[in-house]
Design a protein around this ligand. Structure first.
Ligand code: ZN
Length: 505
């Protein structure tokens, strides 16, 4: 945990208009709720667009289901009985905490390893105090439900969904018809979910209201071992950390999916394909590969219904390795449960053969990847030590170019505004004319804007502008008429900035 970096990132993103909160700030804020400001929302949209594109390319169809669902749904899914965190309340100041998290912070080697019945013992042995008032905890541990309760109409009990997955399973009979009763088929959903956390203290990593992106692949259980799409990706190498490599140090086994299957790290071809898709999602978001590992769930942390479960973890500057995405073979658990509680048959009927599919799930949120990008690519520099920069990868930058008049006179602003207007047909563009050109370049670098277009005296004479690269600070002169094509080739990566430089006019 690097608290200094975290504080730098938080103050940076709130100053620059990425993320504000906890909201509502003017009423002192409620932890776990945030507003995405203009730049943050653009970035989050880019993240979600990338995810959407990857799912669609992998033959998943997007759906949007209700956020609020009646009590019975959550009884069936098991959330009402079991979805809770161990809580301890301070007898002195009445603050409430998740005891497993407190233990993990105070005694890192016990993180996620203490069984429920041992919490009291650990509190006593390691003298775990209330972080707010330093009182030793004396209270019993209680279970705190994470379900956010609400009422519908005249008082019908209902809950906000704690994940999109359950909502995605409910229209199953409709899917069966839509997909002509042919397995496999996939759906995904990007939308809000809610968890009534006791006291979220990890910024965007733990929120009470957040956005999830979850894909569900419905498979014939007999075809999991022979899934044909596996052969297309079986040579891909993934950074796997199987359970046996999770000793004191975690060791990555960089092996192909084919090998992972033959070593029995993963159980089925269908699961391997799903894991590869989840990994691709994170790589395509621009997270550097050396910061990604895929960790197998230990037997003692695996959900009882899960047949295969691995997490994608990303190495953050502020929090270290953090879970970002879970890939689970949920078997037929959910469909069986909802069949039992709803009394409706949840199976496909493929030419008279009735099949209850298994579900392979990719489960993650979009807030964590947004935070990961900000955390990894923000570099703060003190004054006089160079420029602070948010060096996001090209494909994910919220604003693609800034158009800047050198001075606020001699027709430069008018020319620059016209250029900006034309570029907006294809790119996200910021026009900026306040303060010196040097300050504006620095500001653009902090806003992750990869290219600046500057209008100067020459522009007025020969219709050329300079194009400036954020990372190298190199400049190239261009005809205004060629700007559009030039930016296109840069963003499609058919040309690098250095190649452009060689051909400057
Ligand atoms: Zn206290």
């Amino acid at each position: 945990m690097n608290n200094e970096h975290l504080q730098n990132v938080i103050s940076f993103v709130s100053q620059k208009g990425f993320i504000w909160g906890p909201e509502p700030e003017i009423y002192n804020g409620l932890s776990g709720f945030y507003t995405y400001g203009p730049l943050g929302k653009l970035l989050k949209n880019k993240v979600e667009d990338t995810i959407r594109k990857d799912f669609v390319r992998s033959e998943f169809f997007e759906v949007e289901c209700p956020i609020v669902l009646p009590k019975k749904v959550w009884e069936a899914s098991g959330h009402l009985g079991g979805f809770s965190d161990p809580m301890v309340e301070c007898t002195k100041c009445e603050s409430r905490f998740r005891i497993d998290e407190l233990i993990g912070e105070k005694v890192p080697e016990l993180k996620d390893k203490v069984k429920a019945e041992d919490y009291q013992k650990v509190i006593k042995k390691h003298k775990i105090m209330c972080p707010s008032c330093n009182e030793l905890f004396k209270e019993e541990i209680t279970q705190h439900s994470l379900m956010l309760k609400t009422t519908i109409g005249m008082g019908t009990e209902a809950y906000c969904r704690p994940e999109t997955a359950t909502a995605s399973y409910l229209p199953f009979p409709r899917y069966a018809d839509f997909f002509r009763h042919k397995l496999p088929f996939g759906v995904f959903q990007i939308g809000k979910a809610f968890r009534n956390e006791i006291s979220p203290r990890q910024y965007l990593i733990r929120l009470r209201e957040f956005t999830q992106a979850e894909g569900q692949l419905f498979m014939n259980p007999d075809e999991k071992k022979s899934f044909y799409k596996f052969d297309l990706i079986s040579d891909n190498k993934l950074p796997l950390v199987p359970e046996k490599n999770q000793g004191k140090e975690f060791k990555i086994d960089e092996i192909s999916l084919k090998q992972a299957l033959s070593k029995k790290y993963i159980k089925s071809k269908a699961y391997g394909w799903t894991l590869n898709l989840a990994y691709d999602l994170y790589v395509n978001l621009g997270i550097p590969k050396e910061r990604i590992r895929i960790r197998q769930h230990r037997k003692d942390e695996m959900a009882f219904y899960a047949d295969d479960a691995w997490d994608i973890e990303v190495n953050l500057n502020s929090f270290g390795w953090q879970e970002m995405c879970g890939v689970h073979d949920r078997t037929d658990y959910d469909l069986v449960q909802h069949e039992k509680f709803s009394g409706k048959k949840l199976e496909v009927n493929d030419n008279g053969i009735k099949i209850k599919p298994h579900v392979l799930e990719i489960a993650f949120g979009t807030d964590r990847p947004v935070f990961a990008l900000l955390d990894i690519f923000y570099e703060k520099k003190e004054e006089g030590q160079g420029k602070s920069i948010l060096s996001l990868p090209l494909e994910i930058c919220p604003i693609q170019a800034a158009v800047l008049p050198l001075f606020r006179k001699d027709n430069m602003p008018e020319t620059a505004k016209l250029i900006a207007e034309n570029l907006r047909e294809e790119f996200s563009i910021k026009y900026d004319e306040t303060q010196s050109i040097g300050k504006r370049y620095l500001r653009a670098a902090e806003e992750a804007i990869p290219f600046c277009v500057t209008v100067d005296y020459d522009t007025l004479k020969d219709k050329t502008v300079t194009l400036r690269d954020r990372d190298s600070e190199k400049q190239v002169r261009f005809k205004i008429d060629d700007l559009n094509e030039t930016l296109k080739s840069l963003f499609s990566k058919t040309k690098t900035f250095d190649e452009l430089e060689a051909k400057t006019i």
